[in-house]
Structure formats: structure tokens, C-alpha cells
Design a protein around this ligand. Sequence first.
Ligand SMILES: [Zn+2]
Length: 176
Amino acid sequence: MEYKVRIIGDPILRKKAKKVEKIDEKFQELLNNMTNVMYKEDGVGLAAPQIGINKRFFIMDDGKKLRKIINPEIIEFLGDEVVYEEGCLSIPGVFINVKRPEGIKVKYFDENGNEIEEELHDYTARIFQHEYDHLEGVLFVDKVSTAAKAKYKGKLNELMKEGRKIAKELGEVVIE
Ligand SMILES: [Zn+2]
């Protein structure tokens, strides 16, 4: 199956995603397909809702390691809030500074069903938080002021229209 990246305006991006119940071979294959989509689109992270799936998982590659993250939890926020410019495959062409905690302590399952607990910092923590937000139906443009978004107003309206159109064509991708 060829997955298409969903664009802001698609209602799937606004849903709170549901827990993954089963990590089997079929699911691992889906994660591999998703990884190909992420690399093809030059992304550093891709969450399930972004390919139309209402489930709690995402993949991320901070340049050091590819992680496949299932049913994640953020246990603790660490350090000061830092500002960093973010973009999103679901909001192409829009880049805005977003403030987030520098570090996080997280828990999740990997693609083999192992429970992982780790502390993430800097860029890695940044990607994780951005992708985690996708599972809550939150987009990075929700976290910035109207003034910061002002120059993208027209662009965002255009993308919303496109996103709604794609949603109508493809609907939600239901996996077991
Ligand atoms: Zn994103």
C-alpha cells in the first residue's frame, strides 16, 4: 500500500489517536513502508495520523538513529524551554519558531515490542515532542501566536483546502 502524507485541514490530523494493540509482522511492514515515505519526503519524523491512520505510533530519525515509537508516553519534561524552528510534512512550506522543553523522559514500545525508557535531549527531544503532539491531534502551528503565523495566513488557508480535498478522496486508513 502506498501511503500519502495528509495535509492540514484533514480531520484525521485533529483526532486523538488510539492505542496500538498488536505489534505483529504486518504492523512491522507498515512501519517499514512508513519509513520509506518519511525518507522520500525528506522528513525527520512521521506520525501515523499523517498517513491517515488513527493510531498511536510514529517514526523519527534525528540523524543518529531511526526510532520506531509505539504507544509513547512523556513521563517528565526536563530543562528549560528552548526555541527552535519547526516544520511539518503536513504543513509544507511553513516554518515557525516553537518553544518547547529542552529534554524529556519517555517510555514507549519499539517495533519488536520491547519496552524502552530513555531520556532525550535537544533535537531528538524536539522531534519526539512534535510527533507526540500529532497523536493528540495537535499541530505545531497551534503552539505559536497569531502574529507569528500572520505571514503564512494565505498559505495556511490554501493548505487547509487541499487537506480537506485529500481527506475526501482517501478517508481514514483503517488498520487492525
Ligand atoms: Zn508534523
